[in-house]
Design a protein around this ligand. Sequence first.
Ligand SMILES: Nc1ncnc2c1ncn2[C@@H]1O[C@H](COP(=O)(O)OP(=O)(O)O)[C@@H](O)[C@H]1O
Ligand SMILES: [Mg+2]
Length: 357
Amino acid sequence: MSAEQRTKTTSTELANALPPDEVLFGRSEAMKEVRKRAAKIAGTSIAVLLYGPKGTGKELLARWIHSHSAACHSHFVKVNCAAIPGTLLESELFGYEKGAFTGAREPKPGRVELAHNGTLFLDGIADLDLASQSKLLQFLQDGCFSRIGDEVERSVETRLICATDKDLDEEIVKGSFRADLYYRINVVCLKLPPLRDRREDIPLLAEHFLVRCQEQFKKQAEPLSMETLHYMQCMEWPGNIRELSNGIARHVLLGPTASITEEVTRSVTSSLPSASIREGVVPLKSLCKEAIRASEKNIILSALRANHWNRRKAAQELKISYRLLIYKIRDAGLAAKRKSMASRQEDEAGRSPSAAD
Ligand SMILES: Nc1ncnc2c1ncn2[C@@H]1O[C@H](COP(=O)(O)OP(=O)(O)O)[C@@H](O)[C@H]1O
Ligand SMILES: [Mg+2]
């Protein structure tokens, strides 16, 4: 298969690859909002920016938008901006003519050209260097470009979807992303939440991956028990949906001994006080509650430390009210500790503990 063919995917292949909408969007409030907005803009040709941590389903959503757009019968062309070095990016995006540089033996269309009448998906847009950003901006301003080493000006019609896990506002402030390009690509922004902010969707996703992996590996696996699903809802999932999908693949391939069950149990119980696990019998509800309390306590402690035990600032950082933080400090048994830390700080700084509020 040529590189060109590899970058093109027809709408039929896409439709097959996409999970049903109930799975893709789930039931959580956060995703309901994403679904509502995505449905409103899919049929238009406006530029969309997908923003969310790695593994939250940005590429999948880009494919969903394409498959619900007028461009669905044409190609969905993905460019992984982080994977292509800046020097090669121009030729990848815009193509080249024969003899444009050493090794250019045949003319080659770029991905922009391949996406004519279709969708161009720029993944990891924040990783484009400034030179590539300005070339992309020129193209977006009038839809015209030239292949490298070619005089001919070409024009294409393409729907642009960009994705990033970086805060582009911050990148603009740092000077590593052009504000004018940001306004071009960000007509509508859809924010994908981390998996830990949509825990109610975890069982649905896990069951979906179980069915898919069993088909893919042609192997029956043990069903996911209520306990496993419950544990999974207590986990943090830093790798988001990708991590969940990998965990289920291990469950199917390696079986329960090396599966997610063990890993989940280990990750939850390791953060628990040992008194809560007696002779291997752990009451499920209290286990989850304790795990959440234990990690909350750690988070509160580090916010307090980072803010020199200033509780108002810590509350702001944690995006909770001051009153709620005080309640949680007491609930976590941190009140006495805080006092002694505050008075130590007071000794060091020579000010009263109330000033730390
Ligand atoms: N809502 C979802 N339903 C089912 N599978 C999903 C969902 N979101 C992501 N996935 C799967 O998780 C993995 C990571 O998703 P991807 O779209 O590549 O995330 P991102 O682009 O944000 O890194 C892929 O295998 C994808 O198919
Ligand atoms: Mg991705």
